[in-house]
Ligand binder design. Structure first.
Ligand code: GDP
Length: 200
């Protein structure tokens, strides 16, 4: 997919205020510092479309971007647990769960994970939660340039092994590096193919 246009549309924390259009949308989520802003900027070939961690005023909201006037890319910064009860029951922030549960235009969520790290409980729990809600998702491994090819292979295989302890099959996954541009074509072509299937 060639990116002809990428425009910021709106930022808010209320799913009801998200753009009222039928365009298909893809949400990007992950722990803070996973490389999400860098990935979005790399995909869109823009330096500052998504705000990177180092920048002050980084928003913690639902950010909509209109791509090629045809689909929405949604940046959902830095998820974490919110405490809901004295018993310390863990749940994800409400604006995030509301967004996933209520946003009808959402086609798929992409969960970003840093390829260097052991599978993190919060990421696995979030995928588990998506699965329980029957919400389609894919995994994007980030910062692939930081590992040598063998270590990268080993880590991805290990991640698969861990996932296959609870899942029957691997969700679609992509190996990316924002600094090298790895995975850009595959990810954009995947989105393009899904959009075509949906008639967009
Ligand atoms: P966010 O908090 O998930 O939006 O993460 P950022 O995009 O701000 O990235 C966090 C840090 O990781 C920054 O210092 C980035 O320069 C660095 N980073 C992000 N992606 C890559 C990558 O693909 N390769 C390398 N080497 N560094 C990256």
């Amino acid at each position: 997919m060639k990116i002809n246009s990428a425009e910021f549309v709106i930022s808010n924390s209320d799913v009801a205020k998200c753009p009222n259009t039928p365009l298909p949308e893809y949400a990007f989520i992950g722990r803070s510092n996973v490389g999400k802003s860098s990935l979005i900027n790399m995909l869109m070939e823009r330096k500052n479309l998504a705000k990177t961690s180092g920048k002050p005023g980084k928003t913690q909201l639902i950010n909509h971007f209109l791509i090629n006037k045809n689909w929405h890319l949604v940046d959902l910064p830095g998820y974490g647990y919110a405490r809901v009860s004295k018993k310390d029951k863990k749940t994800f922030q409400k604006y995030i769960t509301d967004y996933f549960l209520k946003r009808e235009q959402l086609v798929m969520g992409f969960v970003l994970v840093d390829c260097r790290h052991e599978p993190q409980p919060i990421d696995l729990e979030f995928m588990q939660w998506l699965g329980e809600q029957q919400l389609p998702f894919g995994i994007i491994f980030t910062k692939a340039d930081k590992l040598k090819p063998n270590a990268l292979k080993r880590n991805i295989a290990h991640y698969q092994e861990v996932l296959l302890q609870t899942w029957e099959s691997m969700p679609p996954y992509f190996i990316t590096s924002s600094s090298k541009g790895y995975g850009r074509e595959q990810l954009l072509d995947y989105i393009d193919a899904v959009n075509s299937d949906l008639g967009h």
